[in-house]
Write a protein that binds this ligand. Sequence first.
Ligand code: BES
Ligand code: ZN
Ligand code: ZN
Length: 497
Amino acid sequence: MADEIKTMKNIKFNLQSEIHKNVPLAVVTFQEGEDLRWARSARSFPAAVLKTAREDGFRGNKGDCSILRVPGQIPAERLILSSAGKVDEADLHQLRTLAAVVAKRVSQAKLKSFSFLLPDESGTCPEQIQAVTEGILLGLYQFKRYKSQESSEDSLSEVFIVVPQKESAECRQALQYGQSFAEAVRFTRDLVNEPPSRKVPETIGRTAQSLSGKHVKVRVFHKKQLAQMKMNALLGVNRGSAHPPVLVHMHYKPACACQKRLALIGKGVTFDSGGLSLKPSASMMTMKYDMAGAATVLGIFKALSVLRPPVEVHGIAPLTENMPGPDAYKPGDVVKASNGKTIEVLNTDAEGRVLLADALSYASKLSVDEIIDVATLTGAAVVALGKSYCALMSDQEDMVQMVMRSSEKAGEKVWRLPLEPAYRDHIKSHVADIKNIGNSGEAGTIIGGLFLKEFVGDKRWAHLDMAAMGWGDTASELSVPGATGAMVRTLLHYIVG
Ligand code: BES
Ligand code: ZN
Ligand code: ZN
Protein backbone atom coordinates (compact mmCIF):
# COMPACT_ATOMS: atom_id res chain seq x y z
CA MET A 1 0.00 0.00 0.00
CA ALA A 2 3.03 2.20 -0.34
CA ASP A 3 1.59 3.68 -3.50
CA GLU A 4 -0.76 6.56 -3.03
CA ILE A 5 -4.41 5.74 -2.71
CA LYS A 6 -6.47 7.23 -5.52
CA THR A 7 -10.14 7.17 -4.80
CA MET A 8 -11.62 10.17 -6.53
CA LYS A 9 -13.49 9.06 -9.56
CA ASN A 10 -12.77 11.32 -12.42
CA ILE A 11 -16.35 12.26 -13.06
CA LYS A 12 -17.19 15.86 -13.78
CA PHE A 13 -20.41 17.02 -12.15
CA ASN A 14 -22.40 19.97 -13.51
CA LEU A 15 -25.53 21.72 -12.31
CA GLN A 16 -27.86 23.21 -14.90
CA SER A 17 -31.47 23.98 -15.59
CA GLU A 18 -31.70 23.00 -19.26
CA ILE A 19 -31.58 19.51 -20.75
CA HIS A 20 -28.95 18.57 -23.37
CA LYS A 21 -30.54 16.85 -26.34
CA ASN A 22 -27.55 14.61 -27.02
CA VAL A 23 -27.07 13.46 -23.46
CA PRO A 24 -29.16 10.54 -22.13
CA LEU A 25 -31.67 11.83 -19.60
CA ALA A 26 -32.37 9.93 -16.38
CA VAL A 27 -35.74 10.51 -14.80
CA VAL A 28 -37.38 9.06 -11.73
CA THR A 29 -40.77 7.48 -12.28
CA PHE A 30 -43.63 6.77 -9.89
CA GLN A 31 -46.32 4.16 -10.09
CA GLU A 32 -49.89 5.39 -10.02
CA GLY A 33 -52.13 2.37 -10.28
CA GLU A 34 -51.44 1.01 -13.75
CA ASP A 35 -50.13 4.33 -14.86
CA LEU A 36 -46.58 5.54 -14.79
CA ARG A 37 -45.75 9.15 -14.28
CA TRP A 38 -42.55 10.98 -14.16
CA ALA A 39 -41.44 12.80 -11.15
CA ARG A 40 -41.50 16.59 -11.27
CA SER A 41 -44.63 18.27 -12.59
CA ALA A 42 -46.86 15.18 -12.17
CA ARG A 43 -46.76 14.59 -15.88
CA SER A 44 -47.66 11.38 -17.63
CA PHE A 45 -45.29 10.13 -20.28
CA PRO A 46 -46.15 10.52 -23.96
CA ALA A 47 -47.93 7.33 -25.03
CA ALA A 48 -45.12 6.39 -27.43
CA VAL A 49 -42.55 6.56 -24.63
CA LEU A 50 -44.73 4.45 -22.39
CA LYS A 51 -45.09 1.88 -25.15
CA THR A 52 -41.32 1.68 -25.69
CA ALA A 53 -40.83 1.35 -21.92
CA ARG A 54 -43.33 -1.51 -21.70
CA GLU A 55 -41.70 -3.24 -24.68
CA ASP A 56 -38.37 -2.98 -22.89
CA GLY A 57 -39.89 -4.78 -19.91
CA PHE A 58 -40.04 -1.71 -17.68
CA ARG A 59 -42.88 -2.30 -15.22
CA GLY A 60 -42.19 0.58 -12.90
CA ASN A 61 -41.54 -1.63 -9.92
CA LYS A 62 -39.28 -0.11 -7.29
CA GLY A 63 -35.66 -0.25 -8.45
CA ASP A 64 -36.46 -1.03 -12.14
CA CYS A 65 -34.17 0.71 -14.60
CA SER A 66 -34.31 0.86 -18.42
CA ILE A 67 -32.42 2.77 -21.08
CA LEU A 68 -34.66 3.63 -24.05
CA ARG A 69 -34.30 5.30 -27.44
CA VAL A 70 -37.10 7.83 -27.79
CA PRO A 71 -36.17 10.19 -30.63
CA GLY A 72 -38.40 13.22 -30.89
CA GLN A 73 -40.60 12.32 -27.94
CA ILE A 74 -38.91 14.16 -25.11
CA PRO A 75 -36.15 16.78 -24.81
CA ALA A 76 -33.43 14.11 -25.02
CA GLU A 77 -32.92 11.29 -27.48
CA ARG A 78 -32.27 8.64 -24.92
CA LEU A 79 -34.23 8.19 -21.75
CA ILE A 80 -33.13 6.34 -18.62
CA LEU A 81 -36.11 5.39 -16.52
CA SER A 82 -35.60 4.50 -12.90
CA SER A 83 -38.52 3.60 -10.73
CA ALA A 84 -39.11 4.86 -7.21
CA GLY A 85 -42.27 2.78 -6.80
CA LYS A 86 -45.10 4.61 -5.03
CA VAL A 87 -44.84 8.34 -4.65
CA ASP A 88 -45.56 8.35 -0.90
CA GLU A 89 -42.58 6.05 -0.32
CA ALA A 90 -40.17 8.42 -1.99
CA ASP A 91 -37.44 9.82 0.21
CA LEU A 92 -33.90 11.05 -0.07
CA HIS A 93 -32.25 7.75 0.61
CA GLN A 94 -34.28 6.13 -2.10
CA LEU A 95 -33.15 8.85 -4.47
CA ARG A 96 -29.53 8.18 -3.50
CA THR A 97 -30.07 4.48 -4.20
CA LEU A 98 -31.77 5.14 -7.55
CA ALA A 99 -28.90 7.36 -8.63
CA ALA A 100 -26.55 4.46 -7.88
CA VAL A 101 -28.69 2.06 -9.93
CA VAL A 102 -28.76 4.49 -12.85
CA ALA A 103 -25.00 5.11 -12.71
CA LYS A 104 -24.31 1.37 -12.82
CA ARG A 105 -26.65 0.84 -15.78
CA VAL A 106 -25.10 3.77 -17.61
CA SER A 107 -21.66 2.38 -16.91
CA GLN A 108 -22.64 -1.11 -18.13
CA ALA A 109 -24.03 0.43 -21.30
CA LYS A 110 -20.65 2.18 -21.73
CA LEU A 111 -22.26 5.60 -21.95
CA LYS A 112 -20.00 8.55 -21.28
CA SER A 113 -22.45 10.93 -19.70
CA PHE A 114 -26.02 11.38 -18.53
CA SER A 115 -28.31 14.05 -17.16
CA PHE A 116 -30.26 13.40 -13.97
CA LEU A 117 -33.55 15.23 -13.59
CA LEU A 118 -34.22 15.87 -9.90
CA PRO A 119 -37.73 14.87 -8.84
CA ASP A 120 -39.31 17.51 -6.66
CA GLU A 121 -41.17 14.87 -4.69
CA SER A 122 -38.34 13.83 -2.39
CA GLY A 123 -36.67 16.57 -0.38
CA THR A 124 -35.26 20.00 -1.12
CA CYS A 125 -33.08 20.72 -4.09
CA PRO A 126 -29.70 20.94 -2.28
CA GLU A 127 -30.40 17.72 -0.35
CA GLN A 128 -31.28 15.96 -3.58
CA ILE A 129 -28.14 17.15 -5.30
CA GLN A 130 -26.04 15.75 -2.48
CA ALA A 131 -27.95 12.46 -2.43
CA VAL A 132 -27.67 11.94 -6.19
CA THR A 133 -23.97 12.77 -6.23
CA GLU A 134 -23.27 10.38 -3.36
CA GLY A 135 -25.37 7.66 -4.99
CA ILE A 136 -23.48 7.87 -8.27
CA LEU A 137 -20.02 7.84 -6.69
CA LEU A 138 -20.81 5.13 -4.13
CA GLY A 139 -22.69 2.96 -6.60
CA LEU A 140 -19.71 2.93 -8.95
CA TYR A 141 -17.20 2.04 -6.21
CA GLN A 142 -15.13 -1.06 -6.86
CA PHE A 143 -11.98 -2.46 -5.29
CA LYS A 144 -9.91 -3.77 -8.17
CA ARG A 145 -6.36 -3.05 -7.12
CA TYR A 146 -5.46 -6.72 -6.97
CA LYS A 147 -7.19 -7.83 -10.18
CA SER A 148 -4.59 -8.34 -12.86
CA GLN A 149 -7.04 -8.68 -15.76
CA GLU A 150 -9.84 -6.18 -15.42
CA SER A 151 -9.24 -2.56 -16.16
CA SER A 152 -10.68 -0.23 -13.57
CA GLU A 153 -11.64 2.42 -16.12
CA ASP A 154 -15.26 3.48 -16.00
CA SER A 155 -16.84 4.84 -19.13
CA LEU A 156 -18.76 7.53 -17.28
CA SER A 157 -16.98 10.85 -17.27
CA GLU A 158 -19.63 13.53 -16.95
CA VAL A 159 -22.93 14.01 -15.13
CA PHE A 160 -25.38 16.90 -15.54
CA ILE A 161 -27.73 17.34 -12.60
CA VAL A 162 -30.81 19.13 -13.85
CA VAL A 163 -32.09 21.54 -11.22
CA PRO A 164 -35.43 23.40 -11.36
CA GLN A 165 -34.12 26.93 -10.99
CA LYS A 166 -30.91 28.64 -11.84
CA GLU A 167 -28.16 27.18 -9.72
CA SER A 168 -27.57 28.83 -6.36
CA ALA A 169 -24.64 28.91 -3.93
CA GLU A 170 -26.53 26.41 -1.79
CA CYS A 171 -26.78 23.97 -4.68
CA ARG A 172 -23.12 24.31 -5.50
CA GLN A 173 -22.25 23.62 -1.87
CA ALA A 174 -24.49 20.55 -1.87
CA LEU A 175 -22.63 19.23 -4.90
CA GLN A 176 -19.32 19.79 -3.13
CA TYR A 177 -20.64 18.01 -0.03
CA GLY A 178 -21.87 15.08 -2.10
CA GLN A 179 -18.50 14.68 -3.78
CA SER A 180 -16.48 15.08 -0.59
CA PHE A 181 -18.71 12.79 1.48
CA ALA A 182 -18.56 10.09 -1.18
CA GLU A 183 -14.85 10.48 -1.64
CA ALA A 184 -14.35 10.05 2.10
CA VAL A 185 -16.38 6.83 2.03
CA ARG A 186 -14.46 5.51 -0.97
CA PHE A 187 -11.16 6.28 0.74
CA THR A 188 -12.31 4.47 3.90
CA ARG A 189 -13.49 1.47 1.89
CA ASP A 190 -10.12 1.24 0.13
CA LEU A 191 -8.28 1.22 3.44
CA VAL A 192 -10.55 -1.43 4.93
CA ASN A 193 -10.48 -3.64 1.82
CA GLU A 194 -6.69 -3.58 1.70
CA PRO A 195 -5.15 -6.95 2.67
CA PRO A 196 -4.02 -6.97 6.32
CA SER A 197 -0.32 -7.57 5.67
CA ARG A 198 -0.26 -4.52 3.42
CA LYS A 199 -1.68 -2.13 5.99
CA VAL A 200 0.31 -2.73 9.16
CA PRO A 201 0.15 0.14 11.71
CA GLU A 202 3.14 2.10 10.41
CA THR A 203 1.78 2.00 6.86
CA ILE A 204 -1.53 3.46 8.03
CA GLY A 205 0.48 6.02 9.99
CA ARG A 206 2.03 7.11 6.70
CA THR A 207 -1.36 7.24 5.02
CA ALA A 208 -2.57 9.50 7.85
CA GLN A 209 0.51 11.68 7.41
CA SER A 210 -0.38 12.13 3.75
CA LEU A 211 -3.61 13.84 4.85
CA SER A 212 -1.77 16.70 6.52
CA GLY A 213 -2.12 20.14 4.97
CA LYS A 214 -2.85 23.77 5.64
CA HIS A 215 -5.70 23.07 8.05
CA VAL A 216 -4.84 19.56 9.14
CA LYS A 217 -1.86 18.68 11.31
CA VAL A 218 -0.93 15.04 11.73
CA ARG A 219 1.26 13.47 14.41
CA VAL A 220 2.15 9.80 14.48
CA PHE A 221 3.44 8.43 17.80
CA HIS A 222 5.69 5.39 17.52
CA LYS A 223 6.42 2.58 19.96
CA LYS A 224 9.06 4.40 22.03
CA GLN A 225 6.88 7.47 22.42
CA LEU A 226 3.89 5.32 23.32
CA ALA A 227 5.92 3.80 26.13
CA GLN A 228 6.84 7.29 27.37
CA MET A 229 3.16 8.20 27.21
CA LYS A 230 2.43 5.14 29.37
CA MET A 231 0.12 3.63 26.77
CA ASN A 232 0.65 0.17 28.19
CA ALA A 233 -2.78 -1.08 27.21
CA LEU A 234 -2.10 -0.47 23.50
CA LEU A 235 1.42 -1.84 23.92
CA GLY A 236 0.01 -4.88 25.71
CA VAL A 237 -2.27 -5.78 22.82
CA ASN A 238 0.64 -5.29 20.46
CA ARG A 239 2.99 -7.73 22.22
CA GLY A 240 2.05 -10.74 20.10
CA SER A 241 2.64 -8.91 16.82
CA ALA A 242 5.81 -8.59 14.74
CA HIS A 243 4.78 -5.05 13.75
CA PRO A 244 5.05 -2.10 16.16
CA PRO A 245 1.93 -0.12 17.09
CA VAL A 246 1.31 3.54 16.34
CA LEU A 247 -1.10 6.16 17.57
CA VAL A 248 -2.28 8.64 14.95
CA HIS A 249 -3.41 12.07 16.09
CA MET A 250 -4.87 14.31 13.39
CA HIS A 251 -6.04 17.81 14.17
CA TYR A 252 -8.27 19.99 12.03
CA LYS A 253 -8.53 23.59 13.16
CA PRO A 254 -10.87 25.91 11.28
CA ALA A 255 -9.62 29.32 10.19
CA CYS A 256 -12.71 31.05 11.58
CA ALA A 257 -14.05 30.92 15.14
CA CYS A 258 -15.09 27.39 15.96
CA GLN A 259 -18.53 26.38 17.26
CA LYS A 260 -17.49 23.15 18.92
CA ARG A 261 -14.46 20.99 19.63
CA LEU A 262 -14.81 17.30 18.97
CA ALA A 263 -12.53 14.26 19.31
CA LEU A 264 -13.20 11.26 17.08
CA ILE A 265 -11.53 8.00 18.05
CA GLY A 266 -11.40 4.97 15.75
CA LYS A 267 -10.43 1.41 16.69
CA GLY A 268 -7.50 0.40 14.50
CA VAL A 269 -6.80 -3.32 14.80
CA THR A 270 -5.29 -3.99 11.39
CA PHE A 271 -5.87 -7.69 11.90
CA ASP A 272 -7.66 -9.37 14.79
CA SER A 273 -6.68 -13.02 15.12
CA GLY A 274 -8.03 -12.97 18.67
CA GLY A 275 -4.49 -13.33 20.03
CA LEU A 276 -4.00 -16.33 22.33
CA SER A 277 -7.78 -16.48 22.75
CA LEU A 278 -7.58 -17.37 19.07
CA LYS A 279 -10.63 -16.94 16.86
CA PRO A 280 -11.92 -19.91 14.85
CA SER A 281 -10.91 -19.64 11.15
CA ALA A 282 -14.37 -18.69 9.93
CA SER A 283 -14.53 -15.71 12.31
CA MET A 284 -11.00 -14.63 11.38
CA MET A 285 -11.70 -14.48 7.66
CA THR A 286 -12.85 -10.86 7.60
CA MET A 287 -10.80 -9.53 10.51
CA LYS A 288 -8.83 -7.16 8.30
CA TYR A 289 -11.87 -4.94 8.80
CA ASP A 290 -11.21 -4.54 12.50
CA MET A 291 -9.59 -1.21 11.68
CA ALA A 292 -12.78 0.16 10.12
CA GLY A 293 -13.17 2.66 12.97
CA ALA A 294 -9.70 4.08 12.32
CA ALA A 295 -10.35 4.10 8.56
CA THR A 296 -13.60 6.00 9.22
CA VAL A 297 -11.69 8.69 11.08
CA LEU A 298 -9.08 8.95 8.30
CA GLY A 299 -11.82 9.18 5.66
CA ILE A 300 -13.50 11.97 7.60
CA PHE A 301 -10.24 13.92 7.76
CA LYS A 302 -9.83 13.62 4.03
CA ALA A 303 -13.14 15.45 3.68
CA LEU A 304 -12.52 18.02 6.43
CA SER A 305 -9.69 19.77 4.65
CA VAL A 306 -12.02 20.37 1.70
CA LEU A 307 -15.24 21.15 3.59
CA ARG A 308 -13.60 23.29 6.28
CA PRO A 309 -16.49 23.34 8.73
CA PRO A 310 -16.36 25.73 11.71
CA VAL A 311 -15.78 22.84 14.13
CA GLU A 312 -12.42 21.85 15.59
CA VAL A 313 -11.86 18.12 15.19
CA HIS A 314 -9.25 15.79 16.63
CA GLY A 315 -8.98 12.38 14.97
CA ILE A 316 -7.28 9.68 16.99
CA ALA A 317 -6.50 6.15 15.85
CA PRO A 318 -4.66 3.60 17.99
CA LEU A 319 -3.28 1.01 15.57
CA THR A 320 -1.96 -2.48 16.15
CA GLU A 321 -2.40 -6.08 15.12
CA ASN A 322 -3.80 -8.55 17.63
CA MET A 323 -1.63 -11.64 17.17
CA PRO A 324 -0.61 -14.70 19.22
CA GLY A 325 3.19 -14.26 18.75
CA PRO A 326 5.68 -15.61 21.32
CA ASP A 327 5.45 -12.60 23.62
CA ALA A 328 1.70 -12.14 23.29
CA TYR A 329 -0.28 -10.82 26.26
CA LYS A 330 -2.03 -13.68 28.00
CA PRO A 331 -5.37 -14.29 29.66
CA GLY A 332 -4.73 -13.32 33.27
CA ASP A 333 -2.29 -10.54 32.44
CA VAL A 334 -2.87 -7.11 33.92
CA VAL A 335 -2.12 -3.95 31.91
CA LYS A 336 -2.14 -0.39 33.17
CA ALA A 337 -3.78 2.15 30.87
CA SER A 338 -2.38 5.68 30.55
CA ASN A 339 -4.98 7.10 32.95
CA GLY A 340 -3.62 4.82 35.67
CA LYS A 341 -6.46 2.27 35.70
CA THR A 342 -5.46 -1.39 35.68
CA ILE A 343 -7.17 -3.90 33.39
CA GLU A 344 -7.26 -7.64 33.90
CA VAL A 345 -7.24 -9.23 30.47
CA LEU A 346 -9.23 -12.45 30.65
CA ASN A 347 -9.85 -12.76 26.94
CA THR A 348 -7.20 -11.46 24.55
CA ASP A 349 -9.85 -11.25 21.83
CA ALA A 350 -11.60 -8.43 23.67
CA GLU A 351 -8.63 -6.27 22.61
CA GLY A 352 -10.49 -3.31 21.09
CA ARG A 353 -11.62 -1.95 24.44
CA VAL A 354 -8.11 -2.44 25.84
CA LEU A 355 -6.40 -0.25 23.24
CA LEU A 356 -9.30 2.21 23.19
CA ALA A 357 -8.74 2.64 26.95
CA ASP A 358 -5.47 4.42 26.13
CA ALA A 359 -6.88 6.36 23.18
CA LEU A 360 -9.89 7.57 25.19
CA SER A 361 -7.70 8.54 28.15
CA TYR A 362 -5.56 10.54 25.72
CA ALA A 363 -8.60 12.25 24.19
CA SER A 364 -10.09 13.04 27.59
CA LYS A 365 -7.06 15.21 28.33
CA LEU A 366 -7.48 17.33 25.17
CA SER A 367 -9.46 20.58 25.22
CA VAL A 368 -12.53 19.15 23.55
CA ASP A 369 -16.25 19.43 24.32
CA GLU A 370 -17.20 15.98 23.09
CA ILE A 371 -15.71 12.58 22.33
CA ILE A 372 -17.18 10.08 19.90
CA ASP A 373 -15.55 6.71 19.36
CA VAL A 374 -16.33 4.37 16.50
CA ALA A 375 -15.26 0.75 16.72
CA THR A 376 -15.87 -2.76 15.42
CA LEU A 377 -16.05 -3.74 19.07
CA THR A 378 -18.34 -6.71 19.62
CA GLY A 379 -19.76 -9.66 17.71
CA ALA A 380 -22.69 -9.27 20.10
CA ALA A 381 -23.70 -6.12 18.19
CA VAL A 382 -24.42 -8.35 15.18
CA VAL A 383 -26.46 -10.70 17.39
CA ALA A 384 -28.46 -7.83 18.91
CA LEU A 385 -29.21 -5.68 15.87
CA GLY A 386 -28.30 -7.68 12.77
CA LYS A 387 -26.28 -6.30 9.90
CA SER A 388 -28.32 -3.19 9.18
CA TYR A 389 -27.76 -1.21 12.36
CA CYS A 390 -24.93 0.44 14.15
CA ALA A 391 -25.26 0.38 17.96
CA LEU A 392 -25.10 3.72 19.75
CA MET A 393 -24.45 4.17 23.46
CA SER A 394 -24.30 7.46 25.31
CA ASP A 395 -25.64 9.11 28.44
CA GLN A 396 -25.85 12.47 26.63
CA GLU A 397 -29.37 12.82 25.30
CA ASP A 398 -28.46 15.69 22.99
CA MET A 399 -25.57 13.77 21.47
CA VAL A 400 -27.85 10.77 20.92
CA GLN A 401 -30.42 12.97 19.17
CA MET A 402 -27.79 14.55 17.00
CA VAL A 403 -26.20 11.25 15.98
CA MET A 404 -29.67 9.92 15.15
CA ARG A 405 -30.53 12.97 13.05
CA SER A 406 -27.19 12.74 11.27
CA SER A 407 -27.67 9.06 10.53
CA GLU A 408 -31.10 9.77 9.02
CA LYS A 409 -29.57 12.36 6.73
CA ALA A 410 -26.96 9.82 5.67
CA GLY A 411 -29.48 7.00 5.19
CA GLU A 412 -27.52 4.85 7.67
CA LYS A 413 -29.31 3.13 10.54
CA VAL A 414 -28.34 3.63 14.16
CA TRP A 415 -30.07 2.15 17.21
CA ARG A 416 -29.47 3.13 20.80
CA LEU A 417 -28.61 0.65 23.53
CA PRO A 418 -28.61 1.63 27.21
CA LEU A 419 -25.43 1.99 29.26
CA GLU A 420 -27.16 0.11 32.08
CA PRO A 421 -25.34 1.03 35.33
CA ALA A 422 -26.40 -2.24 36.99
CA TYR A 423 -24.22 -4.18 34.54
CA ARG A 424 -21.10 -2.34 35.65
CA ASP A 425 -20.68 -5.10 38.25
CA HIS A 426 -20.03 -7.61 35.45
CA ILE A 427 -16.62 -6.11 34.78
CA LYS A 428 -15.45 -5.97 38.41
CA SER A 429 -12.11 -7.74 38.73
CA HIS A 430 -10.67 -9.57 41.72
CA VAL A 431 -7.14 -8.51 40.93
CA ALA A 432 -7.33 -5.25 38.93
CA ASP A 433 -9.56 -2.16 38.71
CA ILE A 434 -11.59 -3.67 35.89
CA LYS A 435 -11.62 -6.79 33.70
CA ASN A 436 -12.05 -6.83 29.95
CA ILE A 437 -15.01 -9.23 29.71
CA GLY A 438 -18.40 -9.54 31.39
CA ASN A 439 -20.69 -12.56 31.83
CA SER A 440 -20.78 -14.84 28.84
CA GLY A 441 -23.89 -14.33 26.69
CA GLU A 442 -25.06 -11.25 28.61
CA ALA A 443 -25.33 -7.84 26.94
CA GLY A 444 -21.90 -8.06 25.30
CA THR A 445 -22.26 -4.81 23.38
CA ILE A 446 -23.37 -2.82 26.41
CA ILE A 447 -20.52 -4.29 28.46
CA GLY A 448 -18.12 -3.02 25.77
CA GLY A 449 -19.66 0.45 26.15
CA LEU A 450 -19.53 0.37 29.95
CA PHE A 451 -15.87 -0.62 29.81
CA LEU A 452 -15.00 2.32 27.55
CA LYS A 453 -16.92 4.72 29.76
CA GLU A 454 -14.30 4.14 32.46
CA PHE A 455 -11.74 5.98 30.35
CA VAL A 456 -13.49 9.17 29.23
CA GLY A 457 -13.28 11.00 32.54
CA ASP A 458 -16.04 13.59 32.76
CA LYS A 459 -16.13 14.32 29.04
CA ARG A 460 -19.38 14.20 27.09
CA TRP A 461 -19.06 10.99 25.08
CA ALA A 462 -20.86 8.68 22.65
CA HIS A 463 -19.83 5.22 21.48
CA LEU A 464 -20.68 3.68 18.12
CA ASP A 465 -20.23 -0.10 17.83
CA MET A 466 -20.09 -0.65 14.09
CA ALA A 467 -19.06 -4.32 14.14
CA ALA A 468 -22.19 -5.27 12.24
CA MET A 469 -22.23 -2.57 9.60
CA GLY A 470 -18.60 -2.17 8.68
CA TRP A 471 -18.56 -5.15 6.36
CA GLY A 472 -21.06 -6.56 3.87
CA ASP A 473 -20.89 -10.07 2.48
CA THR A 474 -23.32 -9.24 -0.29
CA ALA A 475 -23.61 -6.34 -2.70
CA SER A 476 -26.21 -3.61 -2.29
CA GLU A 477 -27.10 -0.72 -4.58
CA LEU A 478 -24.55 1.48 -2.85
CA SER A 479 -21.78 -1.03 -2.19
CA VAL A 480 -19.97 -4.11 -3.40
CA PRO A 481 -19.15 -7.01 -1.04
CA GLY A 482 -16.49 -5.98 1.47
CA ALA A 483 -15.98 -2.70 3.27
CA THR A 484 -19.08 -0.50 3.47
CA GLY A 485 -17.60 2.76 4.70
CA ALA A 486 -20.59 2.96 7.05
CA MET A 487 -20.72 5.85 9.54
CA VAL A 488 -18.37 8.09 7.57
CA ARG A 489 -21.26 10.12 6.16
CA THR A 490 -23.24 10.00 9.43
CA LEU A 491 -20.29 11.47 11.31
CA LEU A 492 -19.61 14.03 8.59
CA HIS A 493 -23.22 15.19 8.93
CA TYR A 494 -22.67 15.32 12.69
CA ILE A 495 -19.69 17.61 12.15
CA VAL A 496 -21.08 19.92 9.48
CA GLY A 497 -24.48 20.09 11.23
N1 BES B 1 -13.16 -7.42 16.50
C1 BES B 1 -13.97 -8.20 17.36
C2 BES B 1 -15.45 -7.87 17.22
C3 BES B 1 -16.09 -8.25 15.92
C4 BES B 1 -16.70 -9.47 15.76
C5 BES B 1 -16.12 -7.34 14.89
C6 BES B 1 -17.32 -9.78 14.59
C7 BES B 1 -16.72 -7.66 13.72
C8 BES B 1 -17.34 -8.86 13.55
C9 BES B 1 -13.58 -7.96 18.81
O1 BES B 1 -12.27 -7.65 19.04
C10 BES B 1 -13.89 -9.23 19.55
O2 BES B 1 -13.38 -10.24 19.18
N2 BES B 1 -14.75 -9.14 20.53
C11 BES B 1 -15.14 -10.29 21.29
C12 BES B 1 -15.42 -9.85 22.71
C13 BES B 1 -15.65 -10.97 23.67
C14 BES B 1 -14.43 -11.84 23.79
C15 BES B 1 -16.03 -10.38 24.99
C16 BES B 1 -16.41 -10.87 20.66
O3 BES B 1 -17.24 -10.10 20.18
O4 BES B 1 -16.53 -12.08 20.62
ZN1 ZN C 1 -11.03 -9.38 19.16
ZN1 ZN D 1 -11.28 -6.69 17.45
